[in-house]
Design a protein around this ligand. Structure first.
Ligand code: TYD
Length: 207
């Protein structure tokens, strides 16, 4: 049976990566097979694209190039990492996916939504998430938590107006309640993890 594909979305500092790590530890501790991965990244080529796209040195990169690079990394990732793991019946836990491109490149960079959707259709090969967990924290709270902007990160240095638009996109994503479960990560890490585990158990994705 095909495994389930679960993505995590939210702004920088929302605690996504920590929760993905804690969930993986829970699955390890309870002997459940899974694949943990992230975007941009996942395979060697996609990790190289990650370095290229995030490096603040590449400050002449056009927003179109940026969107295409995220989609290119995703094409590698889907074909070489995500689809094979799903075919093996594993649950795939992925830190960011196409909703990040909609939020950051279409809304944040103000590129055409059709353009961003179209290039990602090529990359995705119909590999849509079964479930998306949105950790919903305002950009102000999130940057406070992570102790400010990382100056070496080309995306993080994009300014408050950019992050306001990204946040608006995440607010829209909240409305897709068939697929998206929103969790407000204001309590302890453990409290947030418990909520995530409950969502996955209720859907019978994990034990
Ligand atoms: P990362 O350091 O992994 O940030 P985080 O821990 O918050 O996920 O960097 C990923 C960055 O790339 C983050 O700023 C969001 C951005 N991004 C996009 O702009 N579009 C995308 O499609 C993806 C996957 C990420």
């Amino acid at each position: 049976m095909r495994g389930k594909f679960v993505t995590f979305e939210g702004t920088e500092g929302s605690g996504k990566s920590t929760q993905v790590r804690l969930l993986a530890k829970y699955l390890d501790d309870t002997n459940q097979p899974y694949l943990k991965t992230r975007e941009p990244g996942g395979d060697d080529i996609a990790e190289k694209i990650r370095t290229l796209v995030l490096s603040a040195e590449n400050d002449t990169m056009t927003f179109e190039t940026e969107a295409l690079l995220y989609a290119a990394a995703r094409a590698q990732h889907v074909k070489h990492i995500i689809l094979p793991a799903l075919a093996e019946g594993k649950i795939v836990i992925c830190d960011r996916y196409v909703d990040s491109s909609i939020s950051y490149q279409a809304y944040g960079r103000e590129l055409s939504l059709d353009f961003v959707k179209n290039i990602n259709e090529y990359a995705l090969k119909n590999c849509a998430p079964d479930l998306t967990i949105l950790l919903d924290l305002s950009p102000e709270d999130a940057f406070k938590r992570k102790g400010g902007v990382d100056k070496n990160d080309r995306i993080e240095t994009s300014g408050d107006a950019f992050y306001k638009r990204v946040d608006d996109a995440f607010r829209n994503l909240r409305l897709e309640t068939d697929r998206v479960v929103t969790i407000e990560p204001y309590g302890s890490r453990k409290h947030t993890l418990d909520q995530i585990i409950k969502v996955l158990r209720d859907k019978d994705y994990i034990k």
